[in-house]
Structures are given as structure tokens and as C-alpha cells.
Design a protein around this ligand. Structure first.
Ligand code: KIV
Length: 279
């Protein structure tokens, strides 16, 4: 008898565990990386089995799981809990834990304490938002053996400072600042970078101009890979949808099929289609 509540067989025996080395290789060969957010063990098992390369325990869980209007209320304790849930369900995907608001900005020591908590819960890498000041934090963590994914463009933890969820890097000055910050973060040792709500042309310049593995969300098809929020791409999120989003449940017979479609569309560079989803 199979175990109740999703305890069925795992279909990932054939997949080798993802490594940073393999992700770098994929980036170098131009093989697109498929990432999705994930917050629990059941979905971790499903996404891993469907071939998703990287699972991001994003602080977007504050909005799509907890029902807040921003990511700001999410705590480190909650991120540790969800990271541990995902790590238990996952077999082979690369696991990235998001450092929540105010858990890394105060000092390098605070960042190390918070990053260590996520790594001990099962993350392989941590993600943090921001440029400029953040380069020193990235350097401190990387020097201590913690791989870091940076995040530029629309950084949701700064939503109030940015004046809302709006496209970043549209004018010459802000585009130049983003390119400089991306280089600084790469020099500091960041391996990966999420680019959120950025014009495709600028995302392409960051991808070409740095060694960073760039993961786009609303940043065009030229990035090294793509990420979407799970609830958004499965059509769970209601209301006005951003232009960059595609509902992969439309026409799909199951959630598993929708996830597999996402993976194959990203791998074939059919998603995103810049004419439809780009800025
Ligand atoms: O928190 C999150 O899910 C994210 C993604 C949108 C990249 O940062």
C-alpha cells in the first residue's frame, strides 16, 4: 500500500544531484536553467521529479502562502521552516533559501547567522537583494563557504523605497547603475543573480558583461535561466497579472504536466517570448 498524503514513489532516481559546477557548465554552454519557487515538501518532490533544476524558497511565500501584501513581514524562522520542508521533499534539485527582510542588512555577522540558519535547514545557496552595500556582505558570506545568489532590478523588500512593483533600469542612469552593481556583486563572489522586471536588452548586457548565472523574471529570454513564482504560473494567483507571466495550467491536464511544460518551454527558450512577455 502506498503511503497517504503524497508519500508515493519518487521519480528522480536517474537525475544526478545538481551542483554549482553543473549550473556554471549549463550557463557556459547556453543551456537554459529552469527554476521555480517552492515552499513545501510535496511540491519539492513534484518539481524535482518534473526536472526543475533549482528550487527557490522565496520570501514571496509572505504573499502567496501567508496572504500579506508584501514580503516584508516574513521572518527568518519562517524561511528556515519552509527551507527544511522543501529540503525534505527534494532529491536532486539545487535549493536556494531567500534571506528575508532585515535578516542580513545590519552587519556581516547578522548575515552569516541568518545564512547559516538557511544552510543548516537544507539550502545549498542563499539569495539576498540589493547592490552597492550588499557586495561586502556577499564577499563575507562567500569567503566563509556560502554560495550567494544576488538579486537586482525590482527588489521586493525595497518596494516602498522603489515606489511600487515597477520596471527597473529603464533610463540610462539606472541601467548604468545596475550594470555596475552587477559587476561589483560578481567581483564580490556572487555566482548567480536574479534579475526581476528589467528590460530584456539590459538583462542581456548584464548576462554578457559578467560571469554571473542570470535568472530572469520579467527580464527576457536572454538570461541564463528563468524563474517564476509557483502560484503565479499555476494560475492560483488571482487578479491582474504581470505581462511577463504565463499560466502553464491553461490546457494542461495536471499540475505535473504544467510544470513539465514550463521546464521544456524554458529549455527550448520558447518561454519567455519577448514579444509577449518582454519589456
Ligand atoms: O521571493 C521570491 O520568490 C523571489 C522570486 C520572485 C525571484 O525573489
Amino acid at each position: 500500500m502506498s503511503a497517504p498524503y503524497g508519500g508515493g514513489p519518487v521519480s528522480t532516481e536517474a537525475r544526478k544531484p545538481m551542483t554549482l559546477h553543473r549550473l556554471r557548465e549549463m550557463h557556459a554552454k547556453g543551456e537554459p536553467i529552469a527554476m521555480l519557487t517552492c515552499y513545501d515538501a510535496g511540491y519539492a518532490k513534484l518539481l524535482d521529479g518534473a526536472g526543475v533544476d533549482c528550487l527557490l524558497i522565496g520570501d514571496s511565500l509572505g504573499m502567496v502562502v501567508q496572504g500579506h501584501s508584501s514580503t516584508l513581514p516574513v521572518t527568518l524562522e519562517q524561511m528556515v521552516y519552509h527551507t527544511a520542508c522543501v529540503a525534505r521533499g527534494n532529491r536532486s534539485a539545487w535549493v536556494i533559501g531567500d534571506l528575508p527582510f532585515a535578516s542580513y542588512q545590519a552587519s556581516n555577522e547578522q548575515a552569516l547567522h541568518s545564512a547559516a540558519a538557511l544552510m543548516q535547514a537544507g539550502a545549498h545557496m542563499v539569495k539576498l537583494e540589493g547592490g552597492g552595500w550588499a557586495a561586502e556582505t556577499v564577499h563575507f558570506l562567500v569567503q566563509r563557504g556560502i554560495p550567494v545568489c544576488a538579486h537586482l532590478g525590482l527588489t521586493p523588500q525595497s518596494v516602498h523605497a522603489l515606489g511600487g512593483y515597477r520596471i527597473q533600469g529603464r533610463d540610462e542612469d539606472s541601467a548604468a547603475t545596475m550594470k555596475r552593481q552587477a559587476r561589483e556583486l560578481a567581483d564580490a563572489g556572487a555566482t548567480m543573480m536574479v534579475l526581476e522586471l528589467v528590460p530584456s536588452a539590459l538583462a542581456n548586457e548584464v548576462t554578457a558583461g559578467t560571469p554571473l548565472i542570470t535568472i530572469g523574471i520579467g527580464a527576457g529570454r536572454g538570461c541564463s535561466g528563468q524563474v517564476l513564482v509557483l502560484h503565479d504560473m499555476l494560475g492560483v494567483t488571482q487578479g491582474r497579472q504581470p505581462r511577463f507571466l504565463r499560466n502553464f495550467m491553461e490546457g494542461a491536464p495536471s499540475i505535473d504536466a504544467a510544470i513539465r511544460l514550463y521546464v521544456s518551454e524554458v529549455k527550448a527558450r520558447r518561454f519567455p517570448d519577448d514579444a509577449i512577455h518582454g519589456y
